[in-house]
Design a protein around this ligand. Structure first.
Ligand SMILES: [Zn+2]
Length: 296
């Protein structure tokens, strides 16, 4: 290992653009001639693509952390580094430290920026379900705990290489149902908020893989019913719930737009629909933000 001098560079902050709908305000910070694009703040459930642009011909490597999660940077064909960061729906509002480590030959520049995690109001939804699906007996609770453990293990094991490219696609056609983040009152009792988006579609309609990836999990879960989890690499996963049929197997590589299952109403549902969820290093994020990623 070379001996390296660690420099905290003076920062030049420019507010670049005004927030467009659903997109956080960006700011650029310069560190040793390298231009970093960061969010000014990030709302609960939001994703942001951090960009690190360096001069042509320069040898630069980037690493970093945000909210105790490692940022998985990848190099684009345009000669810059990009990495997705997020605030989980359940992350607490307040200042959070974003740390970047920019290695330029012998030099390592550290960038430390406070990014505010902003509370977001998602609204409330009132649902009625059969009492048997809400009041859970010991057998059901044991099953749910077991299933949670299996899923939690998936987020912990990260595939380092990135399979996904460009924007994600909506996995099936249909009207939007219950939105992301909405708080739920089921049979007059407050329950967990909605951690994905619902797409209303008839039983049997094709469900497509939202991007390139590898099937990490298939199974029949208490709440989610017949389910598929696709690993897109770098800690990014998409989830497809309540299916009537699963068309893929664990370990199978799938392409963006490839059919992986059929819409159904298995698990705890009020009717046929697709529940589409996203996890980035375990964080629950709004799937809509993956539909407008830049092509590289
Ligand atoms: Zn749902």
């Amino acid at each position: 290992v070379n001996s390296v001098s660690s420099v905290i560079a003076s920062l030049l902050i420019t507010i670049l653009s005004i927030s467009c709908e659903g997109h956080p305000i960006e700011k650029t910070v310069e560190v040793g001639g390298v231009i970093c694009t960061l969010p000014d703040e990030i709302a609960q459930g939001d994703l942001f693509l951090v960009k690190v642009k360096y001069r042509d011909g320069e040898e630069v490597k980037v690493g970093g952390r945000f909210l105790d999660r490692e940022i998985r940077f990848f190099r684009t064909e345009k000669g810059e580094w990009m990495g997705l960061i997020s605030a989980c729906l359940f992350d607490k509002p307040g200042d959070a430290l974003l740390e970047l480590e920019i290695i330029q030959g012998e030099r390592i520049n550290h960038l430390r920026e406070e990014i505010k995690v902003v509370k977001k109001e998602f609204g409330v939804e009132y649902l009625r379900l059969p009492a048997s699906k809400v009041t859970l007996d010991e057998k059901a609770l044991t099953r749910i705990r077991k299933e949670k453990k299996i899923l939690d293990r998936i987020w912990e094991e990260e595939t380092p290489s990135r399979h996904w490219r460009g924007s994600f696609i909506l996995p099936t056609k249909g009207e939007y149902g219950s939105p992301f983040g909405v708080r739920r009152i089921i049979n007059n009792e407050p329950r967990s908020p909605h951690t994905g988006i619902d797409i209303k579609a008839p039983e049997g309609r094709e469900v497509l893989s939202s991007n390139h990836g590898e099937v990490r999990f298939i199974g029949d879960l208490f709440f989610a019913g017949k389910s598929i989890i696709i690993d897109h690499g770098g800690g990014l996963y998409t989830m497809y719930f309540h299916l009537s049929k699963i068309l893929v197997n664990v370990g199978e590589r799938v392409k963006k737009g490839e059919p992986i299952g059929l819409v159904g109403s298995t698990g705890r549902t009020t009717g046929p629909h697709l529940h589409f969820g996203v996890r980035l290093q375990g964080a629950r994020v709004n799937p809509h933000l993956l539909f407008s990623l830049p092509a590289e």
